[in-house]
Design a binder for this molecule. Structure first.
Ligand code: ADP
Length: 300
């Protein structure tokens, strides 16, 4: 029996891709796609040639996070063309192939694996410095499939995104052992949503009355602060949303012997940038999240 022709075609496609990075998470909703999107924006801004491939087949959020909703993938004689944001940032997602973004994709494993293979085989990326793969949460068929398909050409490693609380970290441990089992290097773990940061005046101030009704006193509080303590206007408030008393991702990384890449706060402005499909870098409002992400990416 000769070599699998699909794997041979994938190896040919991937020969022009220098680095392949998987972005993983144990759970959904922890910010994996947000990180993949912002990582791609950052690498493209550094003048690298970047491809972002979304294989989260059941919940493709990458088109929206890159401002590409409603775009179509085109066929050429070279294969499927990714959708380009800039000449050096191309994106491929099943989201581009659904006639209606509200459609649910209910596929069984073999069909998902088939699509992943097809993405790897048929998408014409050209020369790439980085291919960022946004994987679904957990460790399922799709993960095994992508690792097997890329085995021959090598994967540089995986970045795992988590939130600080134990329920999320338990699943990260599984993700780390999956990587060890299949021989993918863990480049490191990002702790996302690590404290909620906001400028003081972005907060909503509520006052509980005797009837326990909450009254909005935001305007009054803002006026008071401006008048009595204007120096507070430059402060950023930080509240711990998730319980990190167990030591968070940093402690887990020490225990599991994998690098801890850093923390990114929960920042409503970063959420806004993601909703609007924008890069957070250069957005003056992402005052804490953008520098935190930048530091992590520069240290990779
Ligand atoms: P996942 O890919 O892990 O399912 P997403 O990246 O889709 O998670 O993030 C879930 C939601 O949380 C999105 O609306 C996203 O914009 C928001 N989000 C993620 N990280 C942050 C953050 N650090 N600050 C604010 N919002 C965030």
């Amino acid at each position: 029996k000769g070599p699998d022709p699909d794997l041979v075609s994938i190896a040919e496609r991937m020969a022009t891709v220098k680095h392949k990075i998987l972005v993983l998470s144990g759970k959904g909703g922890v910010g994996k796609s947000t990180f993949s999107a912002q990582l791609s924006f950052a690498l493209a801004a550094m003048d690298f040639q970047v491809g972002l491939m979304d294989i989260d087949i059941c919940g493709p959020s990458i088109p929206k996070m890159l401002g590409l909703e409603g775009q179509d993938v085109h066929q050429s004689n070279l294969g499927w063309s990714p959708v380009y944001i800039e000449s050096n940032l191309g994106v491929m997602s099943i989201g581009f192939m659904l006639p209606n973004p509200d459609d649910a994709v209910i596929w069984r494993g073999p069909r998902k694996n088939g699509l992943i293979k097809q993405f790897l085989k048929d998408v014409y990326w050209g020369e790439l410095d980085f291919l960022i793969v946004d994987a679904p949460p957990g460790t399922s068929d799709e993960h095994i499939s992508i690792v097997q398909c890329l085995e021959a050409t090598g994967i540089d490693g995986a970045i795992i995104v988590t939130t600080p609380q134990q329920v999320s970290l338990i699943d990260v441990r599984k993700e780390v052992s999956f990587c060890k089992k299949v021989g993918v290097k863990v480049l490191g773990v990002v702790e996302n949503m690590s404290g909620l940061t906001q400028p003081l005046l972005d907060l909503k101030f509520l006052k509980a009355t005797e009837t326990e009704e909450q009254v909005d006193v935001t305007e009054w509080a803002a006026e008071y602060i401006r008048e009595k303590a204007p120096e507070l206007l430059n402060l950023i408030t930080c509240s711990e949303v998730f319980d990190s008393s167990g030591g968070g991702a940093a402690k887990m990384c020490r225990e599991m012997g994998v690098p801890f890449l850093g923390k990114v706060p929960l920042d409503p402005q970063l959420c806004k940038a993601a909703e609007e499909g924008r890069s957070c870098f250069g957005d003056q409002k992402c005052r804490v999240s953008a520098p935190a992400l930048k530091k992590i990416i520069e240290n990779l």
